[in-house]
Design a protein around this ligand. Sequence first.
Ligand code: FES
Length: 100
Amino acid sequence: MGAIQAQILDELGYDPDDGRPQLHELRPVAVGEVVAARDGARAVAVARLGSGRLVVVADVCPHDGGRISDGYVEGERLVCTRHGWELEPCEGRCVRARRG
Ligand code: FES
């Protein structure tokens, strides 16, 4: 990593070339789709749930830090593929879904 790149990373708090678009740059998200994005420095997952509701959550699984954007949508839930937890979006984060 060069000195300029290190300075940018230090000032922004993230790598602007990491492939995550900012929220305002995101194309429309289809029902059942989840994509990686960025809200400023914050890595987020953007998903369109089965009902059509659009959610934006921190891209960190509450189980063990997996990337929620690597998972998939199942109805009104997100599924983290790392260990298979079913998650419910709640106030910008995900919580483990209750069974039943
Ligand atoms: S890190 Fe997501 S289920 Fe384990």
